[in-house]
Design a binder for this molecule. Structure first.
Ligand code: 13P
Length: 252
């Protein structure tokens, strides 16, 4: 059975004291509201990961990294390896975010290597992809998303998908306040699941959680999450407020 997941991607926000404060608030709200049946993840900046992982260890909140290098170690100044994440008890990583693709030149081939490195180290991957506005305007969104998934993931064995969560984030909806309609999200999620069915069969496809990301807020989360192929959300701006984030968690 696939899981409901709500993950907060803090991006390059929150210094150490702000990260600790927000993580504590989220953990407290999750406990107080007895959140059940939804996996809650927060992804602080890498320099604060160890502290936040320790701080949330006894809570139901899991911690994810926002990025990772594909190599085990070596001369890659400024980078962080899967093994390093594992050594501080971080067991989930976000890969392929559109900001990584756009500002840091990450392409499908590089992401395939990162996915392999994460899985080899037993780190769960939240794999992001999505079309830009020009693709959607031209009616190419399914072709773009299909090729992003195939190029980065379809070299994997079926069993690898136990440790993969997919996150559809249309680039035109990220940080813009413009959300995909629940129907647009559902249509794309159904297409993604069908793409998985065609390659790996229904059992694998049915068990993969597919998250939607892009201007999810407390006001629109319920309707988006009510769609049958939407298994949760990857939240940016609204994850920086514990109350808003919890309201989204509770939208299920
Ligand atoms: P916003 O929720 O701020 O649109 O960001 C979405 C996102 O990029 C999450 O990874």
């Amino acid at each position: 059975m696939r899981k409901n997941i709500v993950a907060g991607n803090w991006k390059m926000n929150n210094d150490l004291s702000a990260s600790k404060k927000l993580a504590k608030q989220v953990a407290k709200l999750v406990r107080k509201n007895k959140v059940k049946g939804t996996k809650v993840i927060i992804a602080p900046t890498s320099v604060n990961l160890e502290r936040i992982a320790k701080l949330t260890r006894k809570s139901k909140v899991k911690v994810a990294a926002q990025n990772m290098h594909f190599a085990e170690n070596g001369a890659y100044t400024g980078e962080i390896s899967a093994q390093m994440l594992k050594s501080i008890d971080v067991k989930t990583v976000i890969l392929g975010h559109s900001e990584r693709r756009e500002y840091f030149g990450e392409d499908d081939a590089l992401l395939a290597k990162k996915v392999d490195a994460a899985l080899a180290n037993k780190i769960e991957v939240i794999f992001c992809f999505g079309e830009v506005l020009a693709d959607r305007k031209a009616g190419n969104e399914e072709a773009v998303v299909g090729s992003q998934i195939k190029n980065a993931l379809f070299h994997l064995e079926a069993s690898a998908f136990k440790n993969i969560v997919l996150a559809y984030e249309p680039v035109w909806a990220i940080g813009t306040g413009e959300t995909a309609t629940p129907e647009q999200a559902q249509d794309m999620h159904a297409f993604i699941r069908k793409t998985l069915v065609d390659k790996y069969g229904a059992e694998v496809a049915d068990n993969v959680s597919i998250l939607y990301g892009g201007s999810v807020k407390p006001a629109n989360a319920k309707e988006i999450f009510s769609k049958p192929d939407v298994d949760g959300g990857l939240i940016g701006g609204a994850a920086l407020s514990a109350d808003d984030f919890l309201a989204i968690v509770q939208a299920f």
